[in-house]
Design a protein around this ligand. Structure first.
Ligand code: PXG
Length: 459
């Protein structure tokens, strides 16, 4: 059965009748109808009416090599014909997850050499949480099980992911979080730095919040600190360069493990393979997913540092944990090909040395000056635009979050898909964007801001 036999209206009606969507107000969506994307190529997506939209979000932060890659489709097809599925439980393996694990160990920061697979970032964080607590239990310190995380952090939507995350609205619907997780301040200078406080000092103060939480609990009770190197869903909040090295120093001082959630930042987004390398830290675990396959297949890889791996292997016995699709041969075949494409095309270097700096400059020169814009910031190819009512005082439009939605809707109408989170516009494009694509995006953003300004001033 092909969807071409259905009209847009029919697809929307069926969608409304049967399909519950993630993070969606269903009543509202059923009134307006869903936007149905039917195909994509290179940096563009197309909806069912044939409208071409530049995808400023790489799907959901994942399609790093862009759309329409025959090589990835061919890799999946070949693997499906050869061996569509076999598991990695009970001392079995299949070739592609083995070869992918080797490749990931080569790319990962120093001291990180083992991989545990899943199908999503949420699953990988579940694994990470279990693994660090298990580690301390195996080391004879089962009481060292508290996790320090951050307000506004996003670590997925399973119960563990939501508990690790610091999103109030998600916690409200949780009906009981995983115990022993505390949340400290985020390193978000635009709103949280004190008057006159330098970025550097603010970074140190935000890191100090981690130390305070460790001291409050007692270091013998704290297992790990978890954070996204750059907070993604929380609004592309880029910490000052002083933050992560200081967090690492504190973690080492109190023998607290460092867990990085690189589901968004992993695989080139910040101009290095991992943001751990961008910020100069050596984590004990790195959660990855999304761009590992550029979104062409669901796959996550929890990268595990030598310290934890050694204890798990030597003292752990059987680890009672794992997913049917862990190390799925087709997903791993696609991941291997995806990483090969990224290397062959030098996409990570391009972000670091060419498109990343160009993107930063374009946002500064062409967007930052707009009346509606309080701040622009970016690192590699992830960026944010703060929408404000008053640049000088940083006053926002009311109700909170409403202005960014106006900008977003104009941007989409101008042919640029981007995301609004709170009053922040977010960009996280495919790493294949060129200077020309960045120019095109900036033109559309500027136009959307002008149109939004006219709407908002009328309110
Ligand atoms: N960690 C981080 C840092 C993420 O960004 C997850 C974990 C969970 O991954 P899965 O594969 O379980 O979804 C994510 C996912 C958004 C948005 O609107 C962000 C994500 C997912 C969906 C929407 O910004 N990030």
């Amino acid at each position: 059965m092909t969807y071409q036999n259905y009209s847009l209206k029919q697809l929307q009606q069926i969608d409304a009748a049967h399909h519950l969507h993630p993070f969606t107000d269903h009543k509202e969506m059923r009134e307006t109808g869903s936007r149905i994307i039917t195909r994509a190529n290179g940096p563009f997506i197309y909806d069912s009416e044939g409208t071409e939209i530049l995808d400023g979000m790489a799907g959901l932060w994942c399609v790093n090599v862009g759309y329409g890659r025959d090589e990835l489709a061919d890799a999946a097809y070949a693997q499906m014909k050869e061996l569509p599925y076999y598991n990695s439980f009970f001392k079995c393996s299949t070739p592609t997850p083995v070869l992918l694990a080797k490749k990931l160990a080569e790319l990962a920061p120093k001291g990180v050499n083992q991989v545990f697979y899943g199908s999503s970032g949420s699953e990988a964080n579940d694994t990470a949480l279990r693994l660090v607590r298990h580690y301390w239990a195996l080391e004879g310190k089962p009481q060292k099980n508290r996790i320090i995380a951050r307000k506004m952090g996003y670590h997925g939507s399973t119960i563990a992911g939501t508990s690790l995350g610091g999103m109030d609205l998600m916690h409200k619907q949780l009906g009981g979080a995983v115990p022993n997780i505390v949340h400290v301040m985020m390193p978000y200078a635009y709103e949280l730095a004190l008057p006159g406080e330098s970025d550097h000092d603010f970074g140190l103060r935000a890191a100090k919040a981690v130390e305070d939480a460790i001291l409050e609990a007692g270091a013998d009770k704290v297992a790990a600190f978890i954070g996204e190197p750059v907070m993604g869903a929380g609004g592309v909040k880029i910490p000052p360069m002083s933050y992560w090295p200081e967090v690492q120093r504190i973690c080492r001082k109190y023998d607290v493990l460092l867990m990085l959630d690189e589901v968004i930042t992993g695989y080139g987004r910040t101009g290095e393979w991992f943001a751990a390398q961008t910020f100069g830290v050596e984590p004990d675990t790195i959660t990855t997913a999304k761009a590992l396959t550029s979104g062409y297949q669901p796959l996550s890889a929890l990268l595990v540092g030598d310290r934890i791996a050694a204890t798990l292997v030597e003292k752990g016995g059987e680890f009672y944990h794992g997913y049917t699709y862990a190390g799925h041969p087709v997903a791993c075949a696609v991941a291997l090909k995806n990483l090969e494409i990224m290397e062959r095309e030098g996409l990570v270097d391009r972000v670091k040395n060419d498109t990343g700096p160009y993107f930063a400059k374009a946002l500064q020169e062409r967007i930052a000056g707009h009346d509606l814009v309080g701040e622009v910031r970016s690192i590699g190819l992830m960026g944010a635009i703060e929408i404000v009512r008053d640049k000088a005082t940083k006053e926002r439009f009311l109700p909170a979050g409403s202005a960014a939605v106006v900008v977003r809707d104009h941007a989409i109408a101008q042919g640029l898909m981007l995301r609004a989170t709170g009053d922040t516009m977010i960009l996280s494009p495919p790493l294949i964007w060129t200077r020309e694509t960045i120019d095109m995006a900036c033109e559309r953003i500027a136009k959307a801001l002008d149109l939004a300004q006219a709407d908002l001033r009328r309110r």
